[in-house]
Design a protein around this ligand. Sequence first.
Ligand SMILES: Cc1cc2nc3c(=O)[nH]c(=O)nc-3n(C[C@H](O)[C@H](O)[C@H](O)COP(=O)(O)OP(=O)(O)OC[C@H]3O[C@@H](n4cnc5c(N)ncnc54)[C@H](O)[C@@H]3O)c2cc1C
Length: 264
Amino acid sequence: MLAGIFGLSLAIALRDRNYVVSVFDRSQYDENGYDPTADDVQAASADHNKIFRASYGNEIHYQRLALESRKAWVLEDEKRGFSSGDIDDKRLFVNSGMLRVQPSDHLATLEKETLANMQRDGIRDTQFVESDTADCERAERLGWKHKLLHFKIPDTPEKTYEAVLDTLAGFLRCSNACDHYREVAVAKGVKFHLGAEAGAVESLIKVASSVEADKEKVSGLKTKDGAIHNADIVVVAGGSHDYLSPYCADILQLDHSQRKYFLT
Ligand SMILES: Cc1cc2nc3c(=O)[nH]c(=O)nc-3n(C[C@H](O)[C@H](O)[C@H](O)COP(=O)(O)OP(=O)(O)OC[C@H]3O[C@@H](n4cnc5c(N)ncnc54)[C@H](O)[C@@H]3O)c2cc1C
């Protein structure tokens, strides 16, 4: 397992269910703190911030997953006593809102699908369509109106792009979040092997499958320092990079359209 946000989340979830969990990562996160400018940091999760949104057109499962994760982020900030009123704002999730500017003066299909699904889940009132008078009045009442910006469509002085203000959205301080969750994982007893030697996965160890003839199963991994680590289950949470693919191409289905690895 690797120490991006996916690996960290899974490590904590498994540890909470009493699994013995080890996380390997070639980056020395305990020293660099997921600093995106550090030389040995190359992970999508290591960044100053990234957008949080639950607007996914007709893909309502993503909407629901995103809302579930939003609750978890808000709860984590509350648990740590961080709020929007702090002078030194240390929240992991900042509910700044997000303006979805449309490509023309009317709502695009994707936007209509998003709004329909938000209606379906009872959260349409968190969305504010610029051309909708009732939405604008509600935005004014709730103090969001100043974020409902108007952008002129070039060469059409009268017209502005349609836009939807999403007040559920915001951004995550993702390097801070990873650093925090690494500490949470350590406190819960997850063992970390970090760095270019002890943490870098060189290959996966394979043995004959005891269930399916002529097939192999992964029984552990080898790190760059030559150490072999055996495990009942190996999860590869390597993000969208291809670092690991040369070592396990024969057992992974690489879906390059989605940039995801599926362990088979
Ligand atoms: C430019 C960009 C912008 C994005 N913007 C957003 C956004 O605004 N909102 C949003 O929700 N999502 C966004 N995403 C997607 C999101 O960042 C990723 O889905 C998420 O961070 C992936 O996390 P991960 O843990 O799967 O992978 P990663 O964060 O990439 O972690 C993979 C880890 O594997 C380690 N590793 C790889 N190979 C090895 C090896 N051989 N040995 C040891 N360790 C290894 C790496 O060091 C790294 O720590 C964006 C992604 C990118 C690239």
